[in-house]
Design a protein. Structure first.
Length: 195
């Protein structure tokens, strides 16, 4: 397990063909040092995303890979730089029709389920995506996810902090969680959300 910060910032930078993410340690509520860097190519048939320690991409921190091609409910295995398992996550397709829901598991720790905090905003977000011309604009309301264990204990949360750009504050509430697994899930919440 990688020990790490109890809060991180995830910032997406939009480019034409690549989703780029920078992950910073939290420094009293503002982004501090860069701890991870991700580039995710869009429109891939089988998703594989590598998380690096920095923008030089010289050292792998972790990666996540879809188990199947073009499967809306596919599981994603998260591994370390030597391909050893860290954990997995998957989107719950059925529950996500009304409220995006994800499951995350870490060996020796257990599991957690994360869903959009507000059912009303979740439904409004779906309506927004079907409105002609309006759906081309960024969704104007911030949305958030809370992950809890089966007994209701908070594990981590992902809060969108900006209105237009994709900047998130991720609070890691359970110190036994591997920060690499949380980074992978947080990136997936943004990169894979509409799938």
């Amino acid at each position: 397990m990688m020990p790490g910060p109890r809060a991180i910032h995830v910032h997406q930078k939009i480019t034409m063909m690549i989703n780029r993410y920078e992950i910073f340690i939290d420094n009293a509520g503002v982004p501090g040092d860069l701890i991870a860097f991700v580039e995710q190519k869009r429109f891939k048939f089988k998703e594989q995303v590598t998380i690096y320690t920095d923008s030089s991409k010289s050292r792998v921190l972790a990666e996540f890979n879809a188990r199947r091609v073009l499967d809306v409910g596919s599981e994603y295995d998260v591994t370390d730089e030597q391909q050893r398992p860290i954990g997995l996550f998957r989107k719950d397709f059925g529950k996500s029709l009304l409220r995006s829901t994800w499951h995350v598991e870490q060996p020796g720790w257990g599991a957690a389920t994360g869903a959009e905090r507000s059912q009303g905003i979740a439904i409004f977000r779906r309506v927004w995506n079907f409105l002609p011309w309006i759906s081309d604009w960024p969704f104007p309301i911030r949305y958030h996810f809370d992950f809890v264990t089966p007994n209701g204990t908070p594990a981590f949360s992902v809060d969108k902090k900006t209105w237009v750009r994709d900047h998130y504050l991720v609070s890691i509430l359970d110190p036994a969680l591997d920060v690499r697994l949380v980074i992978a899930q947080a990136v997936a919440l943004d990169a894979l959300q509409s799938r």
